[in-house]
Design a protein around this ligand. Structure first.
Ligand code: FMN
Length: 159
């Protein structure tokens, strides 16, 4: 299976998640390419699955993720796409629900997308310049991320 993992990241945490997904898929003998959304400009051909992840900022999904979907709309209509957003930095239900609602709102404009999975992963505080600041919060759960990648793969393999 050929999988393209595309990410839209500002401070790198979404890129790290995309990287972990690519690594997990490769362990399953999947051929994976990993690209920043802003550089994924060539026509999309021969992908069995595309995984698109983007950070949420101020209620909006990263614009490179939106641009990727706009730019490739025609080609994406027939490819299964799994989507993830990043992410709440406090582990409470409201924060998770808010982030999920933001991602759902972003995707509502893309009814044509063949979504096979949509999820939100925990986020990470941006790097701080000032010393002595409190510890960066990191709500990423790498087991959850790997399990999600595996479940997406089996969903697509069953189709
Ligand atoms: C200024 C700012 C605004 C943010 N707004 C949101 C938001 O509206 N919804 C959300 O789920 N996460 C929000 N986040 C959390 C980011 O999505 C999280 O930090 C993520 O890990 C950033 O990804 P990146 O490191 O790939 O840029 C915000 C973070 C910052 C610093």
């Amino acid at each position: 299976m050929n999988v393209l993992v595309v990410f839209a990241s500002k401070h790198g945490s979404t890129q790290q998640v995309a990287n972990a997904i690519a690594t997990a898929l490769r362990r399953d003998d999947v051929t994976v390419q990993l690209r920043p959304a802003a550089h994924a400009r060539e026509p999309l051909r021969d992908w069995d699955l595309i995984i698109l992840g983007g950070a949420l900022y101020s209620g909006r999904w990263h614009r490179d993720a939106h641009r990727f979907l706009r730019r490739h709309r025609r080609e994406l209509e027939n490819v299964p796409v799994a989507v993830f957003g990043m992410g709440p930095r406090t582990d409470d239900e409201d924060a998770w629900r808010r982030s999920r609602a933001q991602l759902d709102r972003a995707l509502a404009k893309r009814a044509w997308l063949s979504q096979v999975a949509v999820t939100v992963f925990g986020g990470v505080d941006p790097p701080r310049r000032a010393r002595g600041d409190r510890v960066r919060r990191d709500l990423r759960d790498w087991d959850v991320i790997e399990r999600w990648a595996a479940s997406v793969l089996s969903t697509v393999a069953r189709r």
